[in-house]
Every structure is written in C-alpha cells, then in structure tokens.
Design a protein around this ligand. Sequence first.
Ligand code: IMP
Length: 449
Amino acid sequence: MDDMMRFESRILDLTMNLAVLGAQWGDEGKGKIVDLLTPRFDIVARYQGGHNAGHTVYVNGTKFVLRLIPSGILHPGVVCVIGNGVVVDPQALFAEVDELARNGIQVDGRLFVSDKAHLILPYHRDLDLLSEARRGERKIGTTSRGIGPAYEDKIARRGVRVGDLNDPKGLEQNVRDNVVARNRLVHDSTMEWEAVLGQLQELGTRLKPMVRDVSLMLAEAMAAGKSIMFEGAQGTLLDIDHGTYPYVTSSNASIGGVCTGLGVGPRAINGVMGVVKAYTTRVGEGPLPTELHDAMGQRLRDSGNEYGAVTGRPRRCGWYDAVAVRYGVRVNGLDALALTKMDVLDGLEELQICTAYRCGDRTITEFPSDIGQLAACVPVYETLPGWNTPTKGVRRFDDLPENAKRYIARLEQVSGVPAALVSTGSERDDTILRADVLAARLPGFKTTL
Ligand code: IMP
C-alpha cells in the first residue's frame, strides 16, 4: 500500500471521539445524554470536577446518581476512566462503587483512575466550609465537598496525588505537612495526620488495581481504533476561566479541560456536543439574568424537579438564555446541542426566550466578560406560543406538537447551532435522535448501533 492509500484508509477508519459537556450553569442533564450515547463508544472519560457533580440516570425506573464515576458505567463492557483533571475523594469513589454493586453493576476491570489525579482529603472539606463562612455575604454557595481547596493545593504544588499512594515515605511527609498546616488555619482543628494517613493507606490498597497512566491508556486505545466519549461535569458558565468568576467551580468544565484533564491532544476531539436545558437553572450564588422570582420560576422548579442531585438545594430557574448559550457555543466550538427537559415546558400558555440583554441604555448580544455588567443586565425576551399536547415521551421529531417544533427551531436559530438530540423525559429512550442533524454536524458519529 502506498502512503496516500494508507492515509486515505486512515481517514475512512476514523472513529469518532465526542466531547459532551454542559453549555449552561450545570445540571443540564449530561448524565442522561452520556448514558444514552455510551453504546456508540468503547470508553467514557471524565476530565474535570469531582463528586460535586450529580449525574442522574434513570434505567427502567431505577434512579442512579453518578458523582465521580463516568455516566457510561451502567453499560456492561464499557471502560470508564477518571482523568488527571478530576479531584478524587476516595471515600466518595468507593461509596459509589459499592452502591453500583448493590444494584448489580460491577466495575472491576473497567473503571480506571489516573495516577496524576489529585485526592480530596478530609481537611479539604473543612477548608471549603471555612472559606464559605469567611466570605459571608459573598459566599459562592459551593457543594461543600472540598473541591476548591483540593484544586488550590494542586495549583500550589502541595497536593497529594493518586500515584503518591505508591510512595509510603513521601506520602507520610506530605500528609503530615498538610494536616499540620491546615490545623493552624482551621480554628479548633485537632485533626491527626496519623489518622488521615491510615485511612488513606487503607483506601489506597483498594484503589491500586484501578490506577493507570490514563494519557497512555487513551493513546493506545485510539491507536487500536477505539472510540472515546469525553464527559464534562458542571457547565461552561461555571468554568474557572470562562465562567461567571468568582461564582464558579474550580476546574475547566469547558472544552479545554478535555486536553489538560486527560492528556490527549486537540485532534483527539472529533466533535463537541453541548447539553442545554430548554430553560435555564443555576444552583449556588452568582448572576443569572433570566432568573424568575415569581410563580413561573416555582412552576419550572416543581415540574422539572429542580433540586440539586448532590446537595438537595432548590435550583434557581428562568427562561432559556440564548446569549449565555451562544457564549457556550463560542467558547467550546459546539457542533450541536442536546436539548433536554422539553417536557417540563408542556402545558405552558406562552414561553420566553432571551435573545439579548439590556444594559443601561445599550442592548448587547454578546455575553459580558465583566460580571458586574452581567449582574446589571436585564433580559430582552421574545414570546412564543406554548403547546397543550404533551411532548413527554415523544421519540420522533415529527410527532412533536407544532408549537414545540417552532420553539426548538427558534431556540436553534438564536443559539447558533442545531439540536441533534431532544430529550422528552428522564428514561433513556425518551429521546429524539435527529439523524439529519447528526449527519450534517457530526459526520462519523454512529447513528445506529
Ligand atoms: P464547588 O464546585 O463545590 O466548589 O461549587 C462552586 C459552584 O459550582 C457552586 O455554585 C455550586 O453550586 C456549583 N456547582 C458545582 N458542581 C455543580 C454541578 O454539578 N451542577 C451545578 N452546579 C454545580
């Protein structure tokens, strides 16, 4: 075979690796979408965040909430990977593994954790609470899982990594130094480093068979023609760099996190799907331009069961914000949307879509970089008629009520990319797969199995 032929056959054989991430403020329904698409991939890899995520998946009426483990785990035979960009609380990890086992799902030999992933240790949780208390009125509204402090230690180069569990001497010194330093910071804290170390050693023994050089593992898998789905947690507007700082999480939830959080090059990502809810929600503090403080906000919260999967906190609800989603399209280079929770809008007389913001005497169509300006913005709405025939459980686009189709069409137009998937209920199969959009926007993606 000459070089050209070899080159062409490589192109034809190209397997699609897809990134699936949140394009709003998290809780977009990524868990369901990742679970649904998993049979088209060999590997599902999480690249950032920790057990602050709560990815809810319903299978035959059983509810699974995955926090740290990739949402692909419910499919036997699929390999799931936790990358170096994730912060891992080993206790939380094993609680999840045990819960899956109780539901008949085994992870042995198909769940792997990067040796470079940083660990969340008990003092990180204390520091998370302390930091929030110290911020007072300016608190972030974190999930109190120790996420921020664990990433702080990573950046400050004093973190403890999964691979360090193999170096007993280094581990002991690192844990001792960290616990002693934290005891000084946290008033009244008498945490004993020996206890932290002991617990870590125990968990480390259990973790050992899962530990891998994830970058190498993924490179070898790709060389063997395997396909990967990169799973994001939280959402673009919670990204540490591109989100509504400081009201953000401490990792890169947007597309850049895939490369840094897994050790893959940018060409490993063949397509990017942004998950968006048909309206907007946010949990925690920070600006939310389309937030509804009235009965409609409560209606969305009730119908959409908008209560945090991790903390149970009520989510703030509002209309679809196309300015925010367009920003997500730009930052992530989205190829297509996965539109979720359409059925929550069933029965509303009218719907609103925010297409621009009014800031003082100016109308702007780009998401402001300055959070002060964002907080002062008022949404500019377009009103669309609602629908009475339920979309719940609809599985073919043509079967949607006409006004629901109009709503989707307008939402796509003002967001800048089409929706390849439309979710109409919490079960796996309550989903419309639009083969035409997939073929146009994500060529190479398997539309059949
Ligand atoms: P942290 O990630 O616990 O530090 O919380 C920082 C901010 O991100 C808070 O506003 C949280 O409510 C929010 N957050 C963290 N994880 C998620 C998530 O999975 N969904 C939605 N919001 C999240």
